[in-house]
Design a protein around this ligand. Sequence first.
Ligand SMILES: [Zn+2]
Length: 275
Amino acid sequence: MAKSGSTPDHDSATLDHDSVTRTEKRFAGRTFHCVNSDPTPPARRSLLRAALTGTAALGAGLAIGTEPAAAAPPIAAPRKRPTNAEEALRELSAGNRRWRTFRQQHPDQSPAVRQALTTAQHPFALVLGCIDSRVPPELVFDQGLGDLMTIRSAGQVLDEAVLGSLAYGVLELGIPLLMVLGHQSCGAVKATVQADLSGEELPAHIQYLADQISPAIDRTKEGDARVDATIDANIRLIRSHLAAEPDLAAKVDSGALTIVGARYELTTQRVHSIR
Ligand SMILES: [Zn+2]
C-alpha cells in the first residue's frame, strides 16, 4: 500500500460554516439544519461547570492521593465548548489551524478535565476516519479528552460495527456533527484501485475493504489522479450512505445532526471540505 505522490488541487474550500452550508445544500431533497437552541442537557452543564471550576469531581479524585492542590500542574483556562454542529465545525477548523501552524493548545487534558470525565462524556463531534497512523483526529484537530468520538477503519469504510458505533454517538450521546474524514494518499484506496486494475484478490479480510471502496473508483482518471479522485469519491459515497441511514436521516431532518465530508492533506496538514 505505497502512498500516492499526487497533490490535490480540486477543492481548496476552507472548513468553515459557509462550506458546511454549501455542503448541506447538495443533498437534494433534504434540508440540513444546525441546532440553533442550546441543546446542552442540565447534566452536561453541571459537568462542564465542574470541569471548569475543578471543584466537585476533582475533589473526589483527590481522595486517591495526599498531595496538596498547590503541587498539581496548572489547570488550563476553560474554553467554550461547542453545543451545535456549526460551533463544532468552527472549533474543528480552529483546531486544525492550530495544528498546521504548530500552535497546538492540547486542550482538555488537565487534571480537572480528566476527573470530570470519569463520570460522563459529552463529545461534540463524531469523526469517522481512516486507520492511517498519520491522521489521528485528536491531533489534526488539536482536541483533547471527551471532545471527539473517533471511529476509524481503513478507508473509513462502513460495516455493522462502524454503523453501530456511529449510531451510538448520534442517538445515545446526541452528538450534533458527524464528519467523514478521508485523507491524501490513502493506502486502502490505492490498494483498491490497484486490485481493480490487476484483477487480483486482496488477502484475508482486506478484500472486504476493497469491495466497499470499489464503487467509488473514478475511472475517468488514470494513475495517481485516479487514486486521488477516488479518495474524494469515497468520502462522498460514505457520506451519502450515512445520510440514507433511516435513524441518522431522521436526526438530520429534525435539525439535530449535520453530516459533512472532509479531507486531510498530508502535505499541508490542512483539513478541507469535500462537497
Ligand atoms: Zn487511509
